[in-house]
Ligand binder design. Structure first.
Ligand SMILES: Cc1ncc(COP(=O)(O)O)c(C=O)c1O
Length: 428
């Protein structure tokens, strides 16, 4: 029954049951962790053949000895392979080390201090970034660390609220960019629509500064099912809009092969690539091309990579099912929270009733269950509604995901009923 229809006596009875279930949960002395979106060992095992795959053959297709220095923008065969995942031409790719987050940091730091064309910190006011919320905490951490002011805007089912984005870019001084995770967004799992991509590609034209769309396509190939929604092609929209210098796209194999030893890449216009290469040349003589060649040998081509992702999906799907079937069975129709069923990516985003996320997370923590801290999905750790909780089911075993979710729904039930009982407003 929906909680808003419970009268005072029913709330009191449901609360007494929840309190008693919670005491039983505390007595179990659980120790579970559903915090970070790491691949499980079962997933990383899928790529163990990377080890030793070169069997002493260290020559790239053009004869380059990959063990040596050089090749700042990466191996051409690695560009060709990963370009297909980002739907861009191979000559607009740069292949780097293991973390796309490093590339994002480098791009922002570069744009801030030097600028692709005009440094962001040369304006009269503090550089600002648009942050669709809820979003990825590490994006927000980069901005906070580098002194970029974050301005939030709502995330809708088909991407950022572009009406608000367009208004903010024109109303505020020195808005320099926007964070985007366009397919299976972290954490809501939404996929940006074609209309959103078209408007994103136009957005730089409205901005006063040298605006950049930070297009973090971290989950480009991470579908859970064959019929998961596809993502349109931002580059085509950018070329049509004449804004290809203002889109920088990122990806990596962190959640394809090894999270700590994968390959990261970015794509942007050739003009931007030239400027970036010059900048990177002061930081490195070249990336780990041995690892790049290992990845090419491992996947062979895009079809090989996609077949590998099907194997990931078969590991991830039961974990997502455990989360979603528990939410549906225990909280469906109760009005105690809302969530969407993502068709890919790494997260399920749960919304409690306003003001309860911190309480739910504290109740879970007291019962030995670690959840991502409340507010983590918002700039400065501040969720004004105190309602968003990010659930990351990839790493634990299916049994642990199930045990965690059983405990989670109980914590949501308890927090909601306690708040209803203390507010004293009931249905009839
Ligand atoms: C949206 C998003 N971008 C980037 C990353 C990290 O990528 P990388 O391992 O390539 O630095 C993550 C990891 O959770 C992520 O969720």
């Amino acid at each position: 029954m929906h909680v808003d229809q419970l009268d005072a006596a029913q709330v009191a009875q449901a609360l007494a049951e929840a309190e008693s279930d919670y005491q039983a949960l505390l007595a179990q002395g659980l120790s579970l962790d559903l915090t970070r979106g790491k691949p499980s060992a079962e997933q990383t095992n899928l790529s163990n053949d990377l080890d030793g795959i070169l069997k002493g053959h260290y020559a790239a297709q053009d004869g380059t000895d990959v063990r040596n220095y050089g090749g700042l923008d990466g191996l051409p065969e690695a560009k060709a392979l990963f370009a297909q995942a980002l739907q861009v031409p191979a000559d607009e790719m740069l292949i780097a080390g293991n973390a796309s987050l490093t590339l994002m940091y480098q791009v922002i730091d570069f744009a801030l201090r030097f600028g692709f064309r005009k440094a962001w910190n040369k304006g009269a006011s503090t550089p600002k970034f648009l942050c669709p919320v809820p979003g990825y905490d590490r994006h927000f951490a980069i901005c906070e660390y580098l002194g970029i002011e974050m301005v939030t805007l709502p995330m809708l089912d088909d991407g950022p609220d572009m009406d608000v984005a367009e208004a903010l870019v024109q109303e505020l001084d020195n808005v320099c960019g926007i964070w985007c995770v366009p397919r299976f967004s972290n954490p809501t799992g939404c996929v940006y629509s074609e209309a959103t991509l078209a408007r994103l590609a136009e957005l730089p034209k409205l901005a006063q500064n040298d605006f950049i769309v930070m297009y973090d396509n971290a989950y480009a190939v991470h579908a859970l099912t064959d019929d998961a929604p596809a993502l349109g092609n931002i580059r085509d929209y950018a070329v049509a809009a004449g804004t290809e210098n203002h889109i920088v796209q990122f990806g990596s194999t962190s959640k394809i092969t090894f999270a700590g030893a994968g390959v990261a890449f970015l794509s942007t216009s050739k003009a931007n690539l030239a400027v970036l290469k010059h900048h990177l040349g002061f930081q490195t003589i070249g990336p780990d091309k041995v690892n790049q060649l290992r990845h090419v040998a491992f996947f062979q081509n895009h079809e090989g990579l996609m077949a590998h992702m099907t194997r990931h999906a078969s590991i991830m799907k039961p974990r997502f099912n455990a989360v979603l079937t528990t939410l549906d069975a225990k909280l469906g129709g109760t009005g105690m929270g809302t969530w969407i069923s993502p068709e890919g990516g790494y997260f399920v985003s749960f919304e409690t009733r306003p003001g309860l996320a911190k309480t739910v997370i504290r109740l879970a923590s007291d019962a030995g269950i670690k959840l991502t801290p409340a507010g983590a999905t918002f700039p400065y750790g501040n969720d004004p509604q105190d309602s968003n909780i990010r659930i990351a089911p990839s790493f634990p075993s299916i049994a642990d995901v199930q045990a965690t979710m059983d405990a989670f729904v109980l914590c949501v039930r308890l927090a909601t009923l306690r708040s209803l009982a203390s507010s004293g407003t009931f249905g009839s």
